[in-house]
Design a protein around this ligand. Sequence first.
Ligand SMILES: *Cc1c(COP(=O)(O)O)cnc(C)c1O
Length: 498
Amino acid sequence: MKYKSTRGNDEYITSAEAILKGLSKDKGLFVPVEFPVIDIDFSEMVHMNYKEVAFYVLKKFLDDFSDEELKDAIEKAYDNKFEAEEIAPLVEKNGIYFLELYHGKTLAFKDMALSILPHLLTKAAKKLGEDKKIVILAATSGDTGKAALEGFANVKDTEVIVFYPVNGVSEIQRRQMITQEGNNTHVVAINGNFDDAQRGVKEIFNDDKFAEIMADCDYVFSSANSINIGRLVPQVVYYVYSYIQLLRRGAIKVGERINFVVPTGNFGNILAGYYAKRMGLPINKLICASNENNVLSDFLSTGVYDVNRKFTLTKSPSMDILISSNLERLLYEISNHDEGLIRTMMKQLESEEKQYKITPNMQKNLSDFYGGFATDDETLITIKKVYDSSNYVIDTHTAVAYNVYEQYKKETKDKTKTVIVSTASPYKFTKSVLDGLMDKNYEENEFEMIRLLSKITGLDIPKPIKHIDQKPILHFTECEKQEMKTVVKDILHIEKRK
Ligand SMILES: *Cc1c(COP(=O)(O)O)cnc(C)c1O
């Protein structure tokens, strides 16, 4: 397996190099030069557990890692941190399947990849003779920061520093971060908004002089964001695993095609589904569900990606995004690897035009996908509808997916078996879920609402947040937005140098 940039055509690198680099120098994303194929019978895979499937898939994509390295990473990632024994359980309600990806420590699907990325990253560094300590820097609007902290906590030879906007995250999210354990974790509140935090982190990343000072002290920066191929590949696993679970319970026959509905923001999760399809997993449609920030559903129907629109804060905040970075990897595939065209389109997107149009041929190659979106009102109504009909509680992101699936069924009459990819626990978005269920506007504090949701629905409160209001606070650092670099220096004990 070799990897290359979506925007360049000469340099071929190994998966370890791609994971360590994150982003290509030409700002393209690393993609596999060719897709590996599933080369054993699904009937033979039926008895595999999550870790075994993970090993099979990861070995295909990351073939420069040894069996021992991959097995060690998988063991460390998918252990009893996950509250569900199956890691990614598939639940049936009224003939529809929900793939629950939220049983990890942060209660959202980002744990699926961020619990293994640190191990892949440190092994890649070792393999490539990079002996400096890896410093992960992240700005967060709530979810990614906590998932990165959990993933990297106590991972040897790493430090993880997360900046969050002091008034820009929910109380639960803040508590999740400031109670984070681990001797290499650092959480800093900045006096500013998410954009300030993000800008500060980018500035540190792009400061060559600072990188030199860091290197002198045996540190190197890296990032854990979703464009790293080391986050994408572990997400392919649960698509294969859900197919196996359906086979195991006799819900489908070997070779039968199924649909997946994916609540989508940065296009990472659904792209992993597309990669699974390219490996030979029998997938009919990949249904891309957006909220009111519906750039993607417009793109899928018109072939025009147009960011000239209002940005809306919705009740499914992890999907509030206008530029879906991972879409570039799909463009690369549907253009039959036309790097020049990708460069042109990305330039148009970054220019004042803020849009690009794909060619008719590319649009034909989009037939694997269907796109739709749901409004906030539709989202809350869907939460109630699903609960009333099947006693099953879903979060706002999953509700967006469910609603779009209903639109799809109505429009196409497609009866293919379908898996809704459930990306967050209802307890992660308790207020909206309660509001939807009870058709009210709750104003209690967040801890109170958690207890209320449990009382009303009988659904157990997940362990990671159960006693979070009593957990000791371990992180107190606050800083101004222009002090971020100084704070990083202090945390890493870097002497003041000229
Ligand atoms: C990140 C996230 C998404 C969006 O996933 P992408 O890979 O960015 O498309 C959806 N739901 C939840 C709960 C998330 O945290």
